[in-house]
Design a protein around this ligand. Structure first.
Ligand SMILES: Nc1ncnc2c1ncn2[C@@H]1O[C@H](COP(=O)(O)OP(=O)(O)OP(=O)(O)O)[C@@H](O)[C@H]1O
Ligand SMILES: [Mg+2]
Length: 455
């Protein structure tokens, strides 16, 4: 792509010479003789770089510079100064000009300045593109009431020092939420350190979290800071906290109480300033009852709870998420963006998504890669995503109920049916999961006339 260069100088000779030189170098050039024309041309043509003479008839180059930078704060401008105007050119750089050239113009110097300036422009563009893609990676998409109130809570709690416990099924976006809390906090310029408590063997978790001294155990070949120290000044995200061993739980509790960590094999406690966020897909209250999770730690971690409901309970988010993923994934995979056929989108919206947003995202990724043609149609979804259509028909019919009694009846029926299917019609398992006596469940099955064939 050839770069557009604007030249503004009231000397015809300069316009011609610069124009010739730049065209010869492969740039596209337009030349004007006044500052007013320079501004107008800039607005219409949006050049990659503008050369402005400091002194032109009418309003001068400095005014044009100000105007152009107002039109585009990132505009690249190189001032050209004649004899006696060098001081003004220096002032111009303070007004945002990238550089200045002195008359008589020297060919090499022009080209060097030009290349540097354009490279600088590329970097700026690259940076803002990177920033955008990073931000869109952390963007929480959704318009359901649940997501809107979640975002509102995040915005309220993020700037405070409060510890946050994020709960939700697999793939609902717990890590995304943790990163958003960090990004919106005063600690955002400091590290965000993540520890997946389920992925680290229990004998290593303490050294991972608190660090160790050389020789403190076999394999400790050098002194090493733990994740708490690495996160100093920032945020520590304890993911899958429900899988942490009892002894690590006790030590984490102590760090949270005292604000100091002691590396394994060291006698010297180190002060740390860390905000702890944690996440779990388990029901920690149940874990506490079962004696697997410390209640005192739970209360320390769960100062502010953030719960993310499963995707099937907020289906209205699916179309938004789907188009968000189609857009971002096509960019990433370098495939042309595809259009989701309304019927295909309907089908996706009515599926159950036990793996939640992650599963939806992976499915769309497969659809983008494996489907051919400019549109993703129902047949693609059926072929690639399989037929996992939810009982949307029976759920949808809830809204048509006339009385509350009728609604309760229909809701319970749909719920029991879904649960029985989940446990493949094993009545004992289903009854246990629902915490109801088996005989009770049998009675309900009879009352609602449920069978494996029921739709
Ligand atoms: N509301 C959302 N908007 C946009 N992307 C989302 C949203 N929720 C989840 N995602 C995306 O879905 C994927 C899974 O999210 P994430 O890893 O945060 O889930 P998780 O709850 O931590 O899952 P797990 O329990 O399996 O660790 C990520 O790619 C994430 O960016
Ligand atoms: Mg996660």
């Amino acid at each position: 792509m050839s770069r557009r260069i604007l030249v503004a100088d009231d000397e015809k000779g300069i316009r011609a010479a610069l124009g010739q030189l730049l065209e010869y170098e492969g740039y596209e050039v337009r030349a004007v003789g006044t500052a007013v024309d320079a501004i107008a041309e800039f607005e219409k043509w949006r050049p990659h770089l503008s050369f402005l003479d400091v002194k032109m008839g009418g309003i001068d180059g400095l005014e044009a510079l100000k105007k152009i930078r107002q039109l585009d704060p990132a505009a690249l401008v190189v001032m050209i100064s004649g004899h006696g105007t060098i001081q003004t050119a220096v002032e111009a750089t303070q007004l945002g000009a990238y550089d200045f050239l002195e008359k008589p113009l020297d060919t090499d110097r022009i080209l060097v300045t030009l290349r540097n300036a354009l490279q600088h422009g590329n970097l700026q563009e690259e940076n803002s593109r990177l920033r955008e893609s990073v931000e869109s990676r952390y963007e929480i998409v959704g318009k359901s009431f649940a997501i809107r109130s979640l975002i509102e809570k995040i915005e309220r709690v993020a700037p405070t020092p409060a510890r946050v416990l994020i709960s939700g099924e697999n793939g609902t976006g717990k890590e995304l939420v943790a990163r958003a809390v960090h990004r919106l906090s005063a600690r955002s310029a400091n590290p965000f350190i993540e520890v997946n408590c389920a992925a680290i063997p229990s004998e290593l978790i303490e050294s991972e979290l608190f660090g160790h001294m050389k020789g403190s155990f076999t394999g400790a070949v050098s002194d090493r800071p733990g994740k708490f120290e690495q996160a100093d000044g920032g945020t520590l995200f304890l993911d899958e906290i429900g899988d942490m061993s009892q002894s690590a739980q006790a030590k984490v509790l102590r760090v949270l109480q005292d604000g100091v960590v002691t590396r394994i094999g060291s006698a010297k406690p180190v002060k740390v300033d860390v905000r702890v966020l944690s996440a779990t897909n388990k029901n920690l209250e149940e874990e506490i009852t079962a004696g697997r999770f410390r209640e005192d730690l739970y209360y320390r971690l769960n100062v502010v709870p953030l719960h993310i409901p499963p995707l099937r309970e907020r289906r209205e988010d699916i179309p938004l998420l789907a188009s968000h993923f189609v857009r971002t994934l096509s960019e990433r995979e370098g495939v042309p963006p595809r259009v989701l056929d309304p019927a295909a989108l309907d089908l996706l919206t009515n599926m159950d998504w036990p793996g939640n947003v992650r599963e939806l995202r992976n499915t769309l990724e497969r659809l983008l890669i494996l489907s051919s043609g400019p549109r993703i149609v129902v047949a693609d979804v059926e072929r690639i995503a399989g037929r996992r259509v939810a009982d949307s028909a029976s759920l949808g019919s809830l809204l048509e109920c006339k009385t509350f009694e009728e609604f309760k009846h229909a809701a319970e029926r749909a719920f029991l049916l879904a649960k029985l299917r989940e446990f493949d019609w094993n009545v004992s398992e289903t009854a246990r999961a629902l915490e109801m006596p088996r005989s009770n469940l049998y009675k309900k099955i009879e009352r609602y006339g449920l069978t494996r064939e029921t739709v």
